[in-house]
Design a protein around this ligand. Structure first.
Ligand SMILES: [Zn+2]
Length: 145
């Protein structure tokens, strides 16, 4: 699915909040938590060390600038970063960058934050809200450069 999405000519804002030479930043489609981001390489790889050093450097910059942008846009206290790419159908490398909110419930802290992912249609952040967050993050990242 990530490869197919990469091929889209003009993806919606929620699928490409930020783009760099090596990466695309999407809002997770099935998250109940606003601002859950997924950073995807533009080429198909399944492990971080299959990418060139320039991609690693870009990723470091993105993690920093997007963390600051999430603080501004959704008001998080900090961010969590995770990379597994093991779920069936989701082996395309993807890095989760997730806002940790000031009032994050105890039972959804640390690795348990994944309780927000795989949400039912009714609980997911809607497309319009995902687009709005993506546009705001893009502006925040641009103003920090
Ligand atoms: Zn892929």
């Amino acid at each position: 699915m990530s490869c197919r999405d990469n091929a889209a000519d003009s993806p919606p804002d929620r699928e490409a909040a930020v783009r760099t030479a090596h990466w695309r930043v999407a809002h997770a489609f099935d998250s109940a938590l606003p601002g859950w981001l997924v950073i995807l390489p533009l080429v198909h790889v399944t492990a971080l060390d299959e990418l060139p050093a320039e991609a690693h450097a870009e990723l470091g910059g993105l993690l920093g600038s997007l963390s600051q942008a999430l603080r501004e846009v959704v008001g998080c206290a900090k961010t969590y970063i995770m990379q597994f790419s093991e779920a069936e159908g989701f082996h395309h490398l993807h890095v989760h960058l997730v806002p940790r909110m000031p009032d994050q419930p105890d039972h959804l802290r640390g690795p348990r934050i994944f309780g927000y992912l795989g949400a039912s249609e009714a609980d997911r952040v809607g497309e319009g809200e995902r687009d709005r967050i993506a546009i705001a993050l893009r502006a925040a990242v641009a103003s920090s450069r």
